[in-house]
Design a protein around this ligand. Structure first.
Ligand code: ZN
Length: 329
């Protein structure tokens, strides 16, 4: 990412605030970029670093041709330092090492940038050491802390950094990222409805989980309509063993909800908006078989189950009760 306009497409507020601060030379000493994976935190940090160091910015955009820009682009600018967890944590030694490195080097400019990835993994002593570092007055230092878990950051860090919350990705962006990573579009569209976090999205694809999950849910709903006597067996042999954790049952309920909504879309002639894009024939059949009243009751039943899954109900009991409601609906 080379221009603030690019960031503006996905994170308009953050883009404008940062661009203005660079223009007016009013950057904070430390920023915390927090938000889900894939929301552009790292790209924004690098763009800010370039804008900060560039000798000839145009409307706060880096010129890309000066020495500073070229060195930043190549990934080895001596004044941009990136810190990542060493193992599971960022240790105080890593921060000390950094301080030493900067103090020993013949400084070319007074500007320095520290990008701390997974900043929530800083040990308390590393965080304190970094804080002291940030408060040292010599030169201009800019610290960019990145995290997907802002709630795990020390309050002392949160209070000293300007927090920028990166918005979740839109379903369209998630689909683009997932299909670009090689995942099947028919599954990517469904996953994008289940989560706006790229890490969670990719986890749903592990061991083909989402493909199997949707097939099982489709089978249950199809049984309910065409072979009601079999639905109870499908629930116990197929659904309950597969969706064994409470979290899995939540996903199963979401998948059912998306399915019934698709049937509704078929009934009202919005077949281009369906989520189960490869199931148009089955959806069309069910749109014909299910009355609008019955469909409404089914949606209501799934919504009620979704509300109750977070209470202390046994997931198995909850699914059995849901099945009864769907059968009588
Ligand atoms: Zn430049």
């Amino acid at each position: 990412m080379d221009q603030w306009q690019e960031l503006e497409e996905t994170q308009p507020t953050i883009s404008r605030v940062l661009q203005n601060s660079v223009k007016r030379d009013r950057l904070a000493h430390a920023y915390l970029f927090e938000g889900g994976r894939g929301t552009g935190k790292r790209a924004a940090a690098l763009l800010l670093a370039k804008s900060f160091l560039c000798e000839a910015t145009v409307a706060a955009n880096p010129c890309l041709v000066c020495r500073e820009c070229r060195r930043a682009e190549s990934g080895n600018h001596p004044d941009i330092h990136t810190i990542r967890p060493d193992g599971t944590t960022i240790k105080v030694d890593q921060i000390r090492e950094l301080k030493k490195e900067f103090s020993m080097r013949g400084v070319e400019t007074q500007k320095k940038i520290y990008i701390v990835e997974e900043a929530d993994k800083m040990s308390a002593s590393a965080a304190n050491s970094l804080l002291k570092f940030l408060e040292e007055p010599d030169g201009e230092a800019l610290a960019l802390l990145l995290t997907t878990n802002a709630y795990q950051m020390l309050p002392t860090i949160l209070s000293r950094a300007q927090v920028m919350s990166f918005s979740p990705l839109s379903p369209d962006r998630i689909i683009k990222k997932l299909t670009a990573a090689g995942y099947r579009e028919k599954d990517a569209g469904i996953v994008a409805k289940l989560t706006s976090d790229l890490t969670e999205a990719e986890q749903l694809f592990e061991e083909d989980w989402i493909t199997q999950a949707r097939e099982k849910v489709i089978q249950l709903i199809d049984d309910l309509i065409r072979r009601p006597a079999d639905a109870y067996i499908t629930l116990h042999e197929t659904i309950i063993p597969f969706f064994s954790e409470r979290e899995d049952v939540q996903t199963a309920l979401d998948l059912m909800m998306l399915w019934y909504r698709d049937v509704l879309r078929m009934q009202v002639g919005q077949s281009d908006a369906i989520v189960y894009i490869d199931q148009e024939d089955t959806l069309a059949k069910q749109a014909f078989q299910l009355s609008q009243g019955k469909l409404g009751n089914n949606l209501q039943a799934v919504m009620n189950a979704k509300r109750r899954i977070n209470a202390n109900v046994s997931p198995q009991l909850l699914m059995e009760q849901l099945l009864l409601r769907l059968q009588e609906g």
